[in-house]
Design a protein around this ligand. Structure first.
Ligand code: BG6
Length: 484
């Protein structure tokens, strides 16, 4: 059997600290923004945005509420205490990369300390060392929806310029400490989330005071600057390491062949890609400046910011891909389907997941081709997967054929793009182990190829069990994708 995937292709799995680790107050860790987000399904929220964006009053209540009850991300899937077992399972799976994130609050509990917390640094050092001993490259995100809560309440998250300085110190600390251990860094997870869901993406508080859209765009600018500074730091401190940006690729199709719908889709795609324009090319595109003008948004830039962006361009472009969206000049003509951070026009050609997300394997090929044509830098799929409810059978097995079907179909399209000449570094499916959902905080929205025995309320043994998809993925990795 032959394969289109190059030798050394980084097959792997991915998760984030705030959704996987748990142990939210262990070994000096401070509270993060994720630790105060309540279980989305228990509360009578108007919509998901409200659940994901607690008000200052809800944050204050959460701070005064100890324990994991009602706050699932405080428990995660207990990776902090199960990490050795998890690494052994990943080694058995045969992965070559683990995409994960560092919890900033393990290193700087409130974000403003001048000296790091050694216990936090030591944890990740042990983990990276073990991964490398098992032949697994850590691919490490510096910030994945988990800034210190203190920076949220003190500075309105990334809307405050001061956070850039605090992040720079954090970035310098981890880059220096893990020099030689981490070869692939990502700066901000799904940086485009900051203007879609400003609390999750940027720690911008849902205070009801001031223009939150304006603050979100300011926060995004600060993240671009911080990302560029961190990229430059990696290049200086560890020239062998590479840095990637990370985009939630939201591919938009026109709802019809009406040129106005086509133009709307192009516009929506260009706005989505404006983030990678900044991080790959080093400057804001015209479409963003026009968007600011038309929306009355004023982004304050400090002297030198544009030079920082130009100097700190990334080495590769990583992205998540879950679904595609539909654009129309008049969306009210069409029905809507769900999403995590948004709803979209229903695409009649596509089925949806239990959570209403369009399932679109061909879209991943289009997204890859599109990104490659536009940027000509190496690409890395660092999130793709199916959130589904799994059933544990009487014999203890989990027969998740639907997940295998999802991965098989998406990876077949990925192989097509690679055969067309797209330069792809790797593919890390989302989850690996089941983790707490970023949007709804449900544990039962499962993404893993390894089941974790915990329910939505953190009850269960925490035992890990490989699912049917684990065995399928192991074989695929072993033959480097030749069976696709
Ligand atoms: C991505 C995030 O947007 O989607 C992850 O980077 C998240 O953190 C994933 O878990 C899936 O979304 P959800 O809401 O189903 O967990």
């Amino acid at each position: 059997m032959s394969t289109v995937f190059p030798d050394g292709f980084l097959w792997g799995v991915a998760f984030a600290a705030n959704q996987a680790e748990g142990s939210y107050d262990a070994d000096g860790k401070g509270l993060s923004q994720a630790d105060v987000v309540p279980f989305g399904k228990d509360l009578d929220y108007v919509d998901l945005h409200e659940a994901m964006s607690p008000s200052p009053e809800r944050i204050a209540r959460a701070v005064e509420t100890p324990g994991i009850a009602g706050y699932p991300k405080r428990n995660g899937s207990q990776h902090y205490t199960h990490w050795e077992e998890d690494v052994e399972l990943f080694a058995e799976l045969g992965i070559r990369a683990l995409r994960m994130s560092i919890a900033w609050t393990r290193i700087f509990p409130t974000g403003v300390e001048t000296e790091p917390n050694e216990a936090g640094l030591a944890f990740y050092e042990r983990l990276f060392t073990r991964l490398r001993e098992r032949g697994i490259e850590p691919v490490v995100t510096m910030s994945h929806y988990e800034m210190p809560l203190h920076l949220v309440t003190e500075y309105d998250g990334w809307a405050g310029r001061e956070v850039v300085t605090h992040f720079e110190r954090y970035a310098r600390t981890i880059i220096t400490r893990y020099r030689g251990l981490v070869k692939y860094w990502l700066t901000f997870n799904e940086i485009n989330t900051t203007t879609i869901e400003p609390y999750t993406g940027g720690g911008v508080v849902n205070s009801g005071v001031g223009d939150r859209t304006q603050r979100a765009h300011q926060a995004l600018h600060h993240q671009y600057v911080a990302s560029a500074l961190a990229t430059t730091l990696v290049h200086e401190i560890d020239p062998d390491a590479q840095v990637g940006c990370m985009l939630a690729r939201m591919l938009h199709y026109p709802a019809s062949s009406d040129p106005r719908d086509v133009q709307q889709a192009q516009h929506d795609n260009d706005l989505n890609l404006s983030h990678t324009d900044v991080q790959v090319r080093g400057a804001y595109p015209g479409i963003v400046r026009r968007f600011w003008r038309d929306s009355g948004i004023e982004v304050r830039m400090a002297p030198g910011d544009e030079q920082i962006l130009a100097a700190g361009t990334v080495d590769f472009l990583s992205f998540s891909y879950y679904m595609t969206l539909v654009s129309a000049v008049d969306p009210s003509k069409y029905g809507a389907t769900g999403g995590n951070l948004f709803s979209t026009i229903k695409n009649p050609h596509l089925p949806t997941s239990e959570w209403g997300w369009h399932l679109d394997p061909v879209g991943i090929r289009i997204a890859l081709t599109d990104l490659w044509t536009r940027y000509q830098v190496p690409l890395f799929i660092v999130e793709n997967g199916l959130g589904a409810s799994d059933t544990v059978e009487a014999d203890g097995s989990i027969r998740d054929e639907y997940r295998i079907d999802y991965m098989q179909k998406h990876l077949t399209q990925v192989a097509e793009a690679v055969a067309d000449g797209v330069e792809l570094m790797g593919y890390t499916c989302w989850g690996g182990i089941d983790i707490v959902s970023a949007s709804t905080s449900q544990m039962t929205k499962r993404y893993g190829v390894i089941h974790v025995d915990l329910d939505d309320h953190g009850q269960g043994t925490g035992a890990r069990t490989p699912k049917a998809s684990f065995h399928w993925y192991r074989e695929l990795i072993a033959n480097n994708g030749a069976q696709l």
